[in-house]
Design a protein around this ligand. Structure first.
Ligand code: FES
Ligand code: FES
Length: 167
């Protein structure tokens, strides 16, 4: 049995400890917002946060995630400035890569609340988008950064909610 804390909730799953975290999230916990793209840590579609850092869940054996705080797209509040900016700027096209993009953007702004274009390009470069939404992603991250600056309490609340795994 493996114990995991995902979006603030404790789960126990009966799986091979070598099973990739992605499959446990999707198949056992029903958290299908995290996507499978390449399975070899190249595309970023499966990005989740582990102890606040963006990680590729397709390449992490579930045993390595025990005792750590896992956040998936389902754990990011709908009022989070990144989510609001994504909606305002209508960022997704097919949408397949977008949960990975949002998770990477949230982690970027946690680490760097006022990123430059080059900071954004570096932080987001590992999340591939076959639809080419990169310009809108960049704009939305700047928007989210501005919104966060104008509403520090809302951002702090959204961050706290995201950390607790509330929607
Ligand atoms: S599915 Fe994990 S990086 Fe592509
Ligand atoms: S929106 Fe289609 S792959 Fe990114």
């Amino acid at each position: 049995m493996i114990s995991l804390v995902v979006n603030g909730t404790k789960h126990t799953v009966d799986v091979d400890p070598e099973t990739p975290l992605l499959w446990v999230l999707r198949e056992h916990l029903g958290l299908t917002g995290t996507k499978y793209g390449c399975g070899i840590a190249r595309c970023g579609a499966c990005t989740v946060h582990i102890d606040g850092k963006p990680e590729r869940s397709c390449r992490i054996p579930v045993k390595e995630a025990t005792g750590k705080k896992i956040t998936t797209i389902e754990g990011i509040s709908e009022s989070h400035p990144v989510v609001r900016a994504w909606i305002n700027d209508d960022v997704p096209q097919c949408g397949y890569c977008q949960s990975g993009q949002v998770m990477a953007a949230v982690a970027l702004l946690e680490a760097n609340p006022r990123p430059t274009n080059s900071d954004i390009d570096t932080a987001m470069s590992g999340i591939l988008c076959r639809c080419g939404t990169y310009q809108r992603i960049r704009r939305a991250i700047h928007q989210a950064a501005k919104a966060s600056k104008g509403a520090p309490k809302a951002m702090a609340r959204a961050r706290a909610e995201a950390k607790r795994g509330k929607r």
